[in-house]
Design a protein around this ligand. Structure first.
Ligand code: GAF
Length: 387
């Protein structure tokens, strides 16, 4: 849905024009997967796929929401907000309102129509975009002075408490802190961050959407978190300085491998190696800019996610294998939580067209599936839309 369409839907439903239009982008992540909730490093960016909101305070005590893409509405009194069962789409907004109230922002009734072009279930964090857009938009309308990091935490908590996914901070951070033409490294422990220009004259970030989202994605995500926490408990017995997997080393994991058991040892090993890959990746970006070197890191990340962290699926593996023979492709890996969604591919700008043809044909030939692709542009984080 375009901004004009969302604005028109707002006026039709609520009988007046909106006071504020907001855009909140989806995200990609170059490298650093499943490291955010382990106090580790991530390297995401906001992209030119976004959720757009039309907003206005309505002078009542009621929150009224219209999901324009779903042709559905939801209404509740602010005082009655609680998590809705059955994965209801309104949970993301309601969770944010609950978080703002807890942070001392007196949220009154408001009207909101929203929609956009972040494909759902593609691992591009449409849910984080919804959370961050409503959080920022309400603060604008209410002149509430919460900084963006605080908003990211409120949005993350909404995901925990209302969507019941125990996510890390990466997706919300990327949607709020994106900068056009840049990727941003976040240290999820210190919350320090650093922007790196990403030059698209040479290379584009291309997403290949496997078109699958396995039902177990959310439950397996929470399981991985528990496995990592269990790993830390065991490693701590040997070295009390280990507060999270960020602090562990490969020799320490090797030494404790009998106690950890095979599965947890693999999870721990993957996280430690992936953190190192983020360091190696940003070093390349800052110093050498060798695309084939960063491409190798992407393939290594995928292998770890597939074999040790075990969050890939046959469709994603097929796409990554196809990319190896694709024209102009430096590297590829599955992206996001896993069990479906997109692969991220680094592709020489001059070869993007040939790359897409190769991938679409190969995916169809091997799995009989249609492949949607997105050639992304790196965008600014959440902000107002000026028409
Ligand atoms: C999902 C989560 F929401 C993020 O916090 C992150 O853990 C990611 O999976 C995996 O890197 O997108």
């Amino acid at each position: 849905m375009t901004t004009t369409e969302i604005s028109a839907a707002f006026t039709q439903h609520y009988g007046a024009a909106p006071d504020l239009l907001v855009r909140a982008p989806g995200r990609i992540n170059l490298i650093g997967e499943h490291t955010d909730y382990n106090d580790g490093l991530v390297l995401p960016a906001a992209i030119d796929r976004e959720i757009r909101f039309a907003l206005r305070l309505n002078g009542t005590d009621r929150v009224r929401l219209t999901a324009t893409d779903l042709h559905d509405t939801y209404e509740v009194a602010v005082a009655d907000i609680k998590p809705l069962p059955g994965g209801h789409w309104a949970n993301y907004q309601l969770g944010v309102v609950a978080g703002l109230l807890r942070a001392g922002v007196a949220v009154p009734g408001f009207d909101c129509a929203f929609g956009g072009d972040v494909p759902g279930g593609a691992g591009l964090s449409s849910s984080a975009a919804v959370e961050c857009g409503i959080a920022w938009g309400l603060c604008e309308l209410l002149h509430a002075d919460l900084d963006r990091m605080k908003l990211a935490h409120i949005a993350q908590k909404a995901e925990h408490e209302y969507a019941k996914v125990m996510c890390g901070l990466m997706d919300q951070f990327a949607s709020l802190f994106g900068r056009a033409g840049h990727v941003v490294e976040l240290d999820c422990r210190s919350l320090e961050y650093c922007y790196f220009p990403f030059d698209t004259d040479d290379c584009r970030i291309v997403l290949c959407n496997s078109g699958v989202k396995h039902a177990l994605a959310d439950s397996e995500y929470n399981t991985r978190r528990h496995e990592c926490a269990r790993g830390v408990e065991i490693l701590q017995k040997h070295n009390p300085a280990i507060k999270s997997l960020r602090d562990a080393t490969l020799p320490e994991i090797e030494a404790a491998k009998d106690e950890l058991g095979e599965v947890i040892a693999r999870r721990c090993r993957y996280v430690v190696e992936e953190n190192q890959r983020v360091i190696d990746f940003t070093k390349q970006l800052a110093e050498h800019n060798s695309l084939s070197k960063v491409g190798e890191l992407l393939y290594a990340s995928h292998a770890g996610l597939r074999d040790d962290y075990q969050v890939s699926c046959p469709e994603l593996d097929t796409l990554v294998e196809l990319s190896r023979q694709a024209p102009g492709c430096y590297g590829a890996r599955m992206m996001g939580g896993g069990f479906g969604g997109c692969t991220l591919n680094l592709v020489a700008t001059a070869e993007v067209k040939n790359f897409l043809t190769h991938m679409k044909q190969g995916y169809h030939d091997q799995l009989g599936l249609k492949l949607d692709t997105y050639v992304t542009t790196l965008a600014d984080g959440v902000g107002e839309i000026f028409e």
